[in-house]
Ligand binder design. Structure first.
Ligand code: ADP
Length: 214
């Protein structure tokens, strides 16, 4: 089903300002709240927006259509990062504490490396004193890191995960400081993020199928 111009406008507002109330949206597009009731109802039924009492409307990040691509930054998780001076031992503890399979390592705020479960197991079975070994000795480092940029499409990131047979990608925002590029870690894109998105899409599709014509 095609959205009307007004519905597209509402979606754009919710994407930009959400959570935003129906009253606020009505003011922004100079239409009364009651005249928008049907539009809100259609957008909700199509799972493009969600509404929460007393909070307002938010965009359903899982919704994808041809003009409106979901990007990595919309569905990424929070990253767990540590400084390169961390010991291997402390990194193992952190991995358990955060229940996470990959940890990103930064140097002066810049993405410098990655360690995964297997990297830590490998060093742990070597019977070395892992309290004394800094994580930067065993991490996979730049320029061998595979990462996403926050505005990249989900397809591109999934391709990287598959091609390189890895579990997760650091998501970076590239900025410049004193003529040098800085790769600030802003997120983590994992196989779980991709699976959740797929599940949302499949559930939405099934819901649409079972709905009577709007
Ligand atoms: P696991 O070790 O739990 O199987 P991965 O398959 O993600 O986890 O990692 C396999 C190897 O690839 C490890 O040596 C790890 O350091 C490296 N690695 C993981 N993620 C990346 C990445 N995004 N870019 C480059 N190397 C990575």
């Amino acid at each position: 089903m095609q959205l009307t111009e007004r519905q597209k406008e509402i979606v754009e507002i919710i994407k930009k300002y959400g959570p935003v109330t129906g009253e606020e949206i009505a003011k922004m597009i100079y239409i009364t709240r009651s005249a928008l009731r049907t539009d809100f109802s259609i957008l909700k039924k199509m799972s493009i927006i969600k509404s929460k009492q007393k909070i307002g409307y938010t965009y359903n990040q899982a919704f994808i259509d041809s003009n409106n691509k979901t990007l990595v930054k919309h569905i990424m998780s929070a990253p767990i990062t540590i400084d390169e001076s961390y010991s291997v031992y402390k990194t193992v503890l952190l991995m358990f504490e955060k229940d996470i399979g990959t940890i990103f390592i930064t140097k002066e705020g810049n993405l410098a490396g990655i360690v995964s479960r297997k990297d830590l197991l490998r060093i742990a079975i070597g019977k070395r004193d892992i309290e004394q070994i800094p994580i930067n000795l065993i991490m996979t480092r730049m320029p061998n890191l595979v990462f996403s940029i926050e505005n990249e499409t989900i397809e591109d990131s999934i391709k990287k995960i598959i091609e390189h047979q890895i579990d997760s990608l650091p998501v970076v925002r590239i900025t410049e400081k004193n003529g040098k590029e800085i790769y600030k870690v802003v997120g983590r894109f994992t196989k779980t993020n991709a699976s959740r998105l797929l599940l949302d899409i499949l559930s939405n599709k099934n819901k649409e199928k079972s709905e009577v014509t709007l």
